[in-house]
Ligand binder design. Structure first.
Ligand SMILES: [Zn+2]
Length: 158
């Protein structure tokens, strides 16, 4: 309905306006667990709809993903050297994970949520209406946001 509004996201690398949300989760299948993912576009109203779904094969090369993380961090290093790193424990298969990427160049986009614990709406940092004080970081960006002093009071830091 608001298709004529200017897009909230413009990729600083490729100029694309589309964001893709990917949801990754695990299910137990006998003695093994399977990894599945579904993905679809994120709209400017922060809602998204998964349009595709597939099983992630075990022989997929995990090193590709870690490479994407480090590229992203280098890209965002204007505030100083990165003294933090994001490590996703490979053994933690039970937790659902969400990722946001540029739909054109696949660059990872940092994002938060409108509610704590990865609930509510997805709020990409690079959306033009992003307000850090009204967002809760996705768990994989907790350290990054702490570094930026974006964490809200009541975030439960001990
Ligand atoms: Zn892009």
């Amino acid at each position: 309905m608001n298709d004529n509004d200017s897009p909230k996201f413009t990729c600083k690398e490729c100029g694309g306006h589309t964001l893709i949300v990917t949801h990754v989760w695990s299910i137990l299948a006998g003695v093994d667990s399977e990894r599945w993912q579904e993905w679809g576009p994120l709209k400017d109203n922060h809602h998204w709809q998964f349009e595709f779904k597939e099983k992630i094969e075990d022989n997929a090369d995990d090193e590709d993903q870690e490479g994407d993380f480090s590229e992203f961090e280098e890209d965002d290093s204007d505030s100083g050297p990165e003294d933090y790193e994001i490590h996703e424990p490979e053994t933690n298969l039970e937790r659902d994970e969400f990722f946001v990427n540029c739909g054109n160049c696949d660059r990872e986009i940092e994002f938060g949520w409108s509610e704590p614990d990865s609930r509510g709406l997805i709020l990409p940092v690079e959306f033009s209406d992003f307000i850090s004080s009204e967002s809760w970081p996705d768990s994989k960006y907790l350290g990054v946001w702490q570094h930026k002093h974006w964490l809200r009071t009541g975030e439960g830091q001990s």
